[in-house]
Design a protein around this ligand. Structure first.
Ligand SMILES: [Zn+2]
Length: 501
């Protein structure tokens, strides 16, 4: 397929107003599936967590997972939603081989939670109030693996394998109302919204919230309309985007693609689209009309969910601190500049830094390691690769520097060994003898040895030409294999020079 033409981003925004809508699927981390007792676990052998209910053998009867209902109510409350006093499940009828039942058990006109809102801050510092239309419970489908094609997609594949381990895993789908007014920051707002949802479900403890595993995934609706017009443009829905960066890129791409089509006088096809991380583009999926007829009807095998007022209030009382409140608190506790704090939020490192500080590190030291050396290593490792280091180990590393046991250079070396699995920083320093030499006697001996080869240095320092000291400091650092503290070597060298005749 020919590559779509794109309009320059700024030009697109001059001509059109962007309207987005976000649907986020959150996989709950309950022990068992939504309607049966099968394990809800990631990474098991295919088709081992299955039973007659989740593969829909005739006569199997589902029962609702109580914890999943409570988790869904918690999510609804955290999003400021009203909770449905009595809500039925519904059958959403369609055939696809990843769902053996021929229908998905979902909720239709009686979602568990509705009418919420969430305040979202974008990188510029602007705050948008995103309105939540609904959050409903449903079950996940299985996983298809397409074999034989070049891209891993169904197109061009020779055959497909299906794994039903995920079929029936509890999901909560959170749907926003159309979001207006984000302008050029619509892509950033989409990503920041999903980040907030992820923070909320993580804080609630109801989901592992790991995007790379698909625990949180986003369908991004994008449409454009000429400035000043009422009628919403035709939208596309880019499905299952599973990283924050990809959400931002996908929304931006759709804005540029649609703007080009509309400006050429053509029309947008209402359809689902796929995001291609490698190419940085979307491609057409299936056409989607607003009147997709799934023949929803109330699920006859399940009783309605009727949470008592007492249950709702006790769940409300158990809610953790809101992400926006947590940010305000951390910003005050850490004493970062506004820019430093925002960079940490955008780099998704709040949790790590909070845990590192809790383990005893100073906030600036924690920030320095996570935003500096560790971010660099993570970046080189690529998306989704988890670094083999804990916040407690980073705190230990920072403490070793603070106590003068190692210098920055040695610390980076120690960190490399931590990442390689050699143990904690203190263990590595002891085992490898990496501690800085703080014994002045040893340092003075090394300085004197270096001076013997550089007789001009002392007279130069005495004349105030301090740059001459570099040669000796360098020689000492080299002789001590980097385990000397350069600042201390310099001090001692100056003392020696001052005492010299
Ligand atoms: Zn099952």
């Amino acid at each position: 397929m020919a590559k779509a033409e794109l309009m320059n981003y700024e030009k697109a925004l001059e001509q059109f107003e962007v309207v987005i809508g976000l649907e986020v699927h959150v996989e709950l981390n309950t022990k068992t599936k939504m309607f049966c007792g099968c394990k809800n676990e990631f990474g098991n052998e295919p088709n081992t967590n299955v039973c007659p209910i989740c593969i829909a053998l005739p006569g199997a009867l589902p029962a609702v997972n109580k914890t999943a209902v409570e988790s869904s109510i918690k999510i609804g409350l955290a999003l400021g939603c009203d909770i449905q006093p009595t809500g039925r499940f519904a059958r959403k009828n369609y055939f696809y081989p990843d769902l053996a039942k021929n229908f998905q058990t979902s909720q239709y006109d009686e979602p568990i939670a509705f009418n919420g809102s969430l305040e979202i801050e974008v990188p510029s510092g602007a705050v948008h109030n995103v309105l939540i239309e609904r959050a409903h419970m449903e079950e996940d489908a299985g996983k298809l693996t397409h074999i034989g094609g070049a891209t891993g997609r169904i197109q061009g594949a020779e055959y497909s394998l299906v794994d039903y381990n995920r079929a029936g895993v509890p999901l909560v789908e959170i749907v926003t109302k159309p979001i207006f007014g984000a302008g050029a920051e619509a892509p950033e707002l989409a990503a920041a919204y999903v980040r907030s949802i992820r923070e909320i479900v993580k804080a609630l403890g109801v989901s592992d919230a790991r995007m790379e595993r698909g625990n949180v995934r986003c369908d991004a609706n994008v449409s454009l309309r000429p400035h000043g017009t009422e009628k919403l443009g035709t939208r596309t829905e880019t499905k299952n985007v599973n990283s924050l960066r990809s959400i931002e890129r996908a929304v931006r791409y759709e804005i540029q693609r649609q703007a080009h089509i509309l400006a050429s006088g053509d029309t947008i096809t209402q359809e689902t689209r796929h995001w291609h991380e490698d190419k940085g583009s979307t491609s057409a999926g299936r056409p989607k009309s607003d009147a997709d007829d799934y023949r929803y009807f109330p699920e006859p095998d399940l009783v309605p969910v009727q949470p008592s007022k007492e249950l709702i209030e006790s769940l409300r009382a158990s809610l953790p601190e809101k992400p926006s409140d947590r940010r305000k608190r951390l910003a005050a506790e850490w004493n970062f500049s506004e820019l430093e704090f925002r960079d940490v939020v955008n780099a998704d490192l709040l949790d790590q830094i909070e845990e590192t500080v809790a383990a005893g590190a100073k906030s600036q030291a924690a920030r320095k390691w996570w935003m500096g050396e560790l971010a660099r290593i993570a970046n080189e490792a690529g998306d989704g690769v988890e670094l083999n280091v804990t916040p407690a180990q980073v705190a230990e590393l920072a403490k070793l520097i603070e106590d003068g046991k190692i210098n920055d250079r040695l610390a980076r070396e120690v960190l490399g060994f931590v990442l390689a699995g050699e143990g904690s920083p203190a263990e590595i320093v002891a085992a490898r003898g990496l501690e800085v030499v703080s014994d002045d006697g040893a340092l003075i001996a090394a300085i004197e040895a270096a001076l013997a080869n550089a007789p001009d240095v002392i007279p130069a320092i005495k004349e105030g030409r301090m740059q001459a000291a570099g040669q000796v400091i360098g020689a000492v650092m080299k002789a001590m294999a980097g385990s000397a503290d350069a600042a201390r070597v310099r001090e001692l060298l100056i003392e020696i020079a001052n005492k010299a005749q």
